[in-house]
Design a protein around this ligand. Structure first.
Ligand code: TXA
Ligand code: MG
Length: 320
């Protein structure tokens, strides 16, 4: 791929100029960094897939700065989608709704639906406002790697492959948005995230979590791909029943509780709570790869609240 000179900026206006000239821009959100393109520019959309090495059958989430922009993307807003919009927009949640015909199949990967999200991150909002158009954006990583939670990680993956990086702070949530299919009789969570099942069920009691029965044609196409994976082997463990490690084994540990045999780890990250654990796990995976760690032990946590999303990502990383 052609090597570009990537511009790094803290100015939302400068970054938006790239969007308006059919280039692609990495930008911060409260979940992970996104790689954005003008949703109405075929040329720009193609650049997302090229830069990331992303399979064409994986649809993109479209980011908006005003509720009014939904009308440029969706054919209808179903009642479930409206409830989620009313309660959780702006925030770390994506609604899937029927799309307008005019939306490029590059965005929807040939589906008749579209994912829409309004980030609550201030830098993202300023950037999206300056763009003035909805911005299609997957996570700003090379396909298959853990999603980026800092601009430095975006640089590691995409320097020379994209026009611009809008620099911001380390992301707050650290895991990708909750994706909710609102096209059926009842809402279905296709990907868990920081807007939790409990929160959704409080306003939409019939919400369920999608049980993947087919790896070939899952409801959320992205879920069939290798995801969130460090090069290292990932093992889910409990702090107390961990296997005894061999001295010299290049292992790392991340969790909330102090593991047994602390001294045998090359690297240990103890997190104050589940939220911090979720916020740190992807960057920890990447640090371990830089240090050539062979095995990463991740403490298992309860599947409630953000714990559901955290365990989802860790299990995916473990099974790759
Ligand atoms: O937090 C996030 O969602 C971040 C930030 C940048 O907003 N974006 C993100 O995008 O994680 P991406 O492309 O890495 O993941 C989007 C997921 C994929 O699993 C994709 O298959 C699914 O959402 N998705 C997108 N549009 C869909 C649709 N119309 N129907 C079903 N699933 C869809
Ligand atoms: Mg992604």
């Amino acid at each position: 791929m052609k090597t570009l000179h990537t511009v790094y900026t803290r100015s939302a206006r400068t970054a938006a100029e790239f969007i308006l000239h059919d280039s692609v821009v990495a930008f911060p959100t409260e979940t992970v960094y996104g790689l954005g393109a003008n949703v109405f520019s075929e040329a720009a959309l193609k650049k997302i897939f090229e830069a990331k090495g992303r399979p064409a059958d994986n649809p993109l989430i479209v980011h908006i700065s005003t509720i009014g922009q939904i009308g440029l993307l969706a054919r209808t807003i179903t009642p479930a989608a409206q409830t989620i919009i009313d309660n959780f927009f702006p925030g770390p949640v994506t609604v899937i709704v029927p799309k307008l015909k005019a939306i490029s199949p590059l965005v929807s990967a040939g589906l008749q639906t579209i994912g829409i999200r309004m980030p609550r991150h201030e830098g993202a909002q300023r950037f999206l406002e300056a763009c003035g158009v909805p911005v299609a954006a997957p996570s700003a990583n090379i396909s298959g790697k853990p999603s980026p939670t800092s601009w430095q990680t975006v640089r590691d993956d995409l320097d020379g492959r994209i026009g611009c990086v809008l620099k911001g702070t380390r992301t707050d949530v650290g895991l990708e948005s909750t994706v909710v299919d609102c096209t059926g009789a009842h809402p279905v969570v296709l990907r868990s995230g920081a807007v939790t099942l409990e929160q959704l069920q409080a306003v939409l009691p019939m919400t369920t979590v999608y049980a993947q029965t087919s790896v070939v044609a899952p409801k959320s196409p992205g879920m069939k791909y290798r995801h969130y994976s460090p090069r290292a082997r990932v093992i889910v463990t409990s702090a107390l029943t961990m296997p005894i490690l061999l001295p010299g084994e290049d292992s790392a540990y991340i969790g909330i509780h102090t593991p047994m045999h602390v001294r045998t780890f090359a690297s240990v990250l103890l997190c104050a709570n589940m939220r911090e654990y979720a916020r740190s796990v992807f960057s920890f995976f990447r640090q371990c790869d830089k240090k050539n760690v062979a095995t990463i032990y991740c403490e298992e946590v309860g599947e409630e609240g953000i714990g559901r999303a955290l365990m989802d990502r860790i299990h995916r990383a473990a099974h790759n």
